[in-house]
Design a protein around this ligand. Structure first.
Ligand SMILES: NC(=O)c1ccc[n+]([C@@H]2O[C@H](COP(=O)([O-])OP(=O)(O)OC[C@H]3O[C@@H](n4cnc5c(N)ncnc54)[C@H](OP(=O)(O)O)[C@@H]3O)[C@@H](O)[C@H]2O)c1
Length: 310
């Protein structure tokens, strides 16, 4: 079988194409491309079938385990494949590790070191108990997320483009600095004792619930990450599709009730909007996968992320 590899501009990626055995799989093709051009390792390649001229819709993505012959329409000896370089890839754990490491380091710097001296605040800084508890709460949160990344999550995608590391780090590191700066500020005004206790207690319960949600999601897949998407159930998943996001949002609410800064609430709003967007997509995907047709189970009626609103 001969595979002709073209780029979006129509240029041939490998001159003369690639010859493969008749029973070759997409994975064999990816390895062959890698063999010819070293920098294009398999996870960096996106292979699709070219769209017919004038046709709308999404192109068919070639699945590594499938046979190439399955994609040949009539002509079993020739296949034209559209090749896209996804750029340098990093593992999901690398991506998550770097984005969470920033806030985990930046926050204690603002608490322990005399950074405010450089912003014109001389003299002794009075540290309120709420600022100390906030430090513990914050560090526990990001430490937990790094641990979950390495020991709990079973990602379906092995890698992500390197550019996402810079984008995600910009998001987490900037917000981390913004909040840490304000909560630890020498002019910070603490809330009342009761409000602080309610905020941190509620937030902590939500953090533990969030961990439990991640354990439930973990058990939906085999250790290799296989198993696709399942209907999550148990605990809060019985009423809401993205219970892990629900608890994440509420734990930030708890932090904000206790610390009460504009910076913290801005982050809460932005994070909630991002997670709501993702949750809507995840809810739609589960409803489509589990449509109740041809023996497939029907996705039960559930809230998406924030009952009783969405
Ligand atoms: N503060 C913020 O701005 C913010 C934003 C986003 C996330 N977070 C936090 O980070 C955590 C992880 O985020 P995430 O977006 O990676 O969470 P996620 O996609 O909902 O799920 C975490 C893991 O569970 C898997 N999973 C989800 N639904 C599944 C299903 N129905 N069947 C089988 N496996 C399923 C995911 O698989 P895939 O690998 O296939 O996705 C992923 O590996 C969140 O729960 C939240 O606590 C915070």
């Amino acid at each position: 079988m001969k595979v002709t590899l073209v780029s979006r501009s129509g240029r041939e990626v490998i001159k003369g194409g690639i010859e493969l055995a008749d029973g070759a799989t997409v994975s064999d093709l990816q390895e062959a491309i890698h063999g010819r051009i070293k920098k294009y390792y398999p996870s960096r390649q996106r292979l699709t079938l070219p769209l017919q001229a004038g046709s709308q819709g999404k192109p068919i993505v070639l699945v590594p385990k499938s046979k190439l012959a399955d994609y040949c329409d009539g002509n079993a000896n020739n296949l034209t494949v559209l090749f896209k370089d996804l750029g340098i890839q990093v593992s999901y754990s690398t991506l998550f590790f770097w984005e969470y490491l920033g806030p985990l380091i930046i926050y204690p710097i603002c608490y322990y070191f005399p950074v405010y001296k450089y912003f014109g605040y001389e003299g002794e800084r009075v540290v309120y108990p709420v600022q100390t508890y906030a430090l513990y709460y914050w560090c526990f949160h990001y430490f937990k997320r790094i641990m979950e990344t390495f020991f709990i999550h079973r990602f379906s995608h092995a890698t992500s483009p390197l550019s996402n590391v810079f984008r995600n780090c910009a998001y987490y590191w900037t917000f981390g600095t913004y909040i840490a700066y304000h909560v630890n500020h020498p002019l910070y005004t603490p809330v009342g004792d009761l409000q602080m206790k309610i905020g941190f207690t509620f937030g902590l319960i939500c953090q533990i619930s969030n961990l439990y949600c991640h354990l439930i999601l973990r058990n939906l897949r085999s250790p290799s990450g296989n198993g696709g998407y399942q209907i999550p159930g148990g605990f809060l998943f019985n009423i809401v599709t993205c219970a892990n996001y629900t608890t994440e949002i509420y734990q930030w609410l708890g932090f904000n009730i206790a610390t009460q800064t504009i910076a913290g609430y801005v982050f809460l709003i932005v994070a909630s909007l991002i997670m709501t967007n993702w949750a809507l997509a995840k809810h739609r995907r589960l409803k489509k996968l589990f449509d109740g047709k041809e023996g497939r189970p029907r996705y039960p009626r559930r809230w998406v992320i924030l009952p009783p609103f969405i």
